[in-house]
Design a protein around this ligand. Structure first.
Ligand SMILES: Nc1ncnc2c1ncn2[C@@H]1O[C@H](COP(=O)(O)OP(=O)(O)OP(=O)(O)O)[C@@H](O)[C@H]1O
Length: 278
């Protein structure tokens, strides 16, 4: 790909989430300081950063569960602050969220959990909601009989899938996943990653995924953004991460665990050397 083609492709990408100069704090403590971030339609963005750097705070601020001190957030081209009640509801319907630990309601069956957003935002007959719930259950790879089970009757992997089905209940454009593979064994986590990639391909989803899982970052994420020093320190591909000169980024992507997952010769320098460009 020549430079012209590359810049054309960048220009044509539709920005689904655009965060500008975002500052969030609690009392005297500033957690995010003038942070900028873009997410493009159809991509899976992996969001990483050391514990306590503010990954959840950012996600919760974007979802308007936390107030911000300054900055703008555009989602799907809309500035939430300038919308009326009805338009805000329409925008909310286009977002799906899978919170950490699944966060299903324990007193409700899987079917009822999936139908919660439908009840909140739509006025559909029961038979249609039942059909839609079954469709979502099938979509996330659960057996139909999971519909009548309670969360306590499900394995950790099944809970994640049920929670994903609920996040997809209203056919969202953009899905937020907070550590979706945490607590899963490596096989379960890999299967969940494959599911996310398949749903992105078939439904055209855009995915914002907070994760600590190097396997996920390597196998399904198109781009990675690293949170550090209260802002997005670096964003790009695995190759960009391997090249980036920061102690945390280096130890994360070049550390002992990473070396068994991420081929360390994927850096741009080694690619360029292989292609005789340097
Ligand atoms: N409601 C709150 N009130 C005060 N401080 C908060 C609040 N929520 C988060 N914080 C603080 O903001 C900082 C960032 O927290 P956050 O949970 O976003 O980190 P994180 O990057 O998601 O961490 P982890 O990877 O461990 O989940 C922490 O110091 C936390 O104590």
């Amino acid at each position: 790909m020549d430079d012209n083609t590359a810049s054309q492709e960048t220009a044509e990408r539709e920005t689904i989430l655009s965060v500008r100069d975002l500052t969030v704090g609690f009392g005297p403590k500033v957690v995010l300081d003038n942070l900028n971030l873009d997410i493009y339609r159809g991509e899976i963005l992996g969001f990483v950063g050391a514990s306590g750097t503010g990954k959840s705070v950012l996600m919760r601020t974007v979802l308007r569960l936390l107030p911000r001190r300054s900055g703008t957030i555009h989602i799907l081209g809309e500035d939430y602050d300038s919308l009326g009640e009805e338009e805000r509801m329409k925008l909310d319907m286009r977002l799906g969220v899978l919170f950490q630990h699944g966060a299903l309601f324990s007193a409700l069956t899987v079917r009822e959990n999936i139908q919660l957003p439908m009840r909140e935002y739509l006025d559909l007959p029961k038979w249609l909601m039942d059909e839609l719930a079954l469709l979502k259950i099938e979509m996330v790879g659960l057996a139909a009989d999971a519909a009548d089970k309670y969360p306590s009757e499900l394995s950790g992997g099944m809970i994640k899938r049920a929670a994903l089905a609920r996040a997809l209940a209203l056919d969202p454009d953009l899905v937020f996943l907070d550590e979706p593979t945490s607590g899963l064994d490596p096989i379960g986590a890999a299967e969940f990653d494959e599911l996310i990639a398949r749903l992105r391909d078939t439904l055209g989803l855009t995915v914002y995924m907070v994760t600590h899982d190097l396997d996920s970052l390597f196998s399904v994420c198109d781009r990675i953004a690293v949170l550090g020093q209260k802002r997005v320190l670096v964003e790009g591909t695995i190759e960009d991460m391997l090249e980036f000169d920061d102690p945390w980024v280096q130890s994360y992507f070049r550390g002992k665990r990473a070396r068994s997952i991420v081929p360390q010769d994927r850096s741009k320098t080694s690619q360029a050397l292989r292609h005789g460009l340097k």
